[in-house]
Design a protein around this ligand. Structure first.
Ligand code: ADP
Length: 153
């Protein structure tokens, strides 16, 4: 049996406890998980610097060599194929996520027929955690430490 590799794509600006939960639960399903940060160095609109975020995610999963962190700036379906990933791992918080993920999954399947999207329903404790809200709280000097699996410097 070939190794089951899943790509977990996103902006991860920042990577949250909600994301961590999906990745750790994904370990029960896959042999390897590649956390793929969509990032275009030419037109970066990020709030948290990419190198800092890569370091924080690697630190978060240092006990798990089967979890890797990569950046990419191409179609997710293409990046998955290049990395031998047959699965896309995604988290679902609510119906808004569902509507969006439903369309993306159909298009990704069209682009790469081998690619199967797998969705995990968010754990209730993290259902309200979103990167955009964390950015907003942080921008106005609020404490975001409860939402992140690592310490900000
Ligand atoms: P995007 O830039 O594609 O919105 P994100 O970095 O926000 O990506 O999220 C990547 C994936 O993680 C998506 O599938 C998203 O639904 C999921 N996700 C985000 N926040 C949570 C959470 N709190 N619980 C579970 N899944 C989440």
């Amino acid at each position: 049996m070939s190794k089951k590799v899943a790509l977990f794509p996103g902006s991860f600006d920042p990577f949250t406890k909600g994301h961590e939960d999906i990745v750790l639960r994904g370990l029960n399903l896959f042999d390897e998980i590649i956390i793929a940060i969509g990032y275009n160095s030419g037109k970066s609109q990020r709030y948290f610097p990419i190198d800092m975020m890569i370091g924080k995610i690697e630190q978060t999963f240092k006990q798990h060599p089967q979890i890797k962190v990569r950046t990419y700036s191409e179609l997710t379906a293409t990046f998955a194929k290049k990395n031998g990933a047959r699965f896309l791992l995604r988290g679902l918080r609510n119906t808004t996520d569902f509507e969006y993920e439903n369309s993306i999954a159909q298009v990704n399947r069209e682009l790469n027929a081998q690619l199967e999207s797998v969705f995990l329903i968010t754990s209730p404790a993290f259902a309200s955690v979103s990167s955009s809200i964390i950015r907003e709280v942080h921008r106005y000097k609020g404490d975001v430490s409860n939402f992140l699996p690592y310490q900000l410097d």
